[in-house]
Design a protein around this ligand. Sequence first.
Ligand code: PLP
Length: 373
Amino acid sequence: MIPIIDSKRQYATIKDKAESAVLEVMRSGKYILSENNKKFEEEISKYLNVSHAVCLNSGTDALHLALRALNIGKGDEVITVAFTFVATTESIEIVGATPVFVDIDEKTFNMDVNKIEEKITPKTKAILPVHLYGQPCDMDKIMQIAKKHNLYVIEDCCQAIGAEYKGQKVGTFGDIGCYSFYPTKNLGTMGDGGLAITNNEELKNRIIALRNHGGAIRYHHDEIGVNSRLDEIQAAILRVKLPYIDEWNKQRRAHAALYNELFKDCDLVETPTELDDTYCVYHQYTIKVQNRDEVHKLLQEKGIGAMIYYPIPLHLQKVHAHLGLKEGYLPVTEKNTKLVLSLPMFAEITEEEQKTVAKTVIECVKQTMALGV
Ligand SMILES: *Cc1c(COP(=O)(O)O)cnc(C)c1O
């Protein structure tokens, strides 16, 4: 069995440090918004080269509090993609705004920047690009459109910590960058966690207030907020892991290069494209194959933990049915939803395992062809 990700293997590499960091928190008696939160915010700001970072309880909260901080709500439209995890658009609906979907680019799976402007209306307040699978969006173009039309930009970096566009970390281009530390993300904690980053002090203060019941001063509440604090144990674990993120991302890139090599002579497998001027961190290594569902099933039978991210595009999900969008609305998104297959990818995967994965994928693709399914 080769899993899509093996969190236990990573744990083994940081075990002693993580366990003593957690013990220290437990013994300190300080469990909420204390030293580890403060230090982690400082350390990750430095890593991302941004002025402010605010620890939160999840990536979903980072997104929805970012929208709140920018006063986006009822009657407003936010331009985003349907080829992403539901949290992206759920956040838009949570604040009462309407997601407006742009199709994706065939090669990068990211927002097709040439189709953004046609979706802008007088109600549009923001663009919310998603750096999917760890691949940076075309931020020059997105920022240029945002400036021209006076729109905010919120970056969903939940799959892309450490990814760079023209040498600059994603999340630092727009007004607010949002990160998730869900255990399977490139930088994952051992529970839930999230982060919002910004270079704007006012926005930082607003998010700090929103995460703790809408008030900067304890028991003084200026607006309706939420409880989205990151607990000290999670912050302590993240502080142990942060120093490794560059090395882990480097290993993922090396694994992606090896997969590319292993599939080089097989026309039946389309490997991911990495654009010039970007540093992709391969949260997923996602191929495209015909007969995807059959290939997926065969791989599972053979113990290869391939996964489909994501099987149903968001504009066709029940949760967004009220938008009245039908099949055919986003042709590239819909087509790719039927082709994508993400393969086992994590820093600790071995060359032997990758060879087994690639060999089995090629076998399974050929088998489905022969069956004529
Ligand atoms: C994981 C993820 C989120 C949500 O993060 P959580 O921490 O699970 O709330 C949002 N957007 C994308 C693209 C994600 O992959």
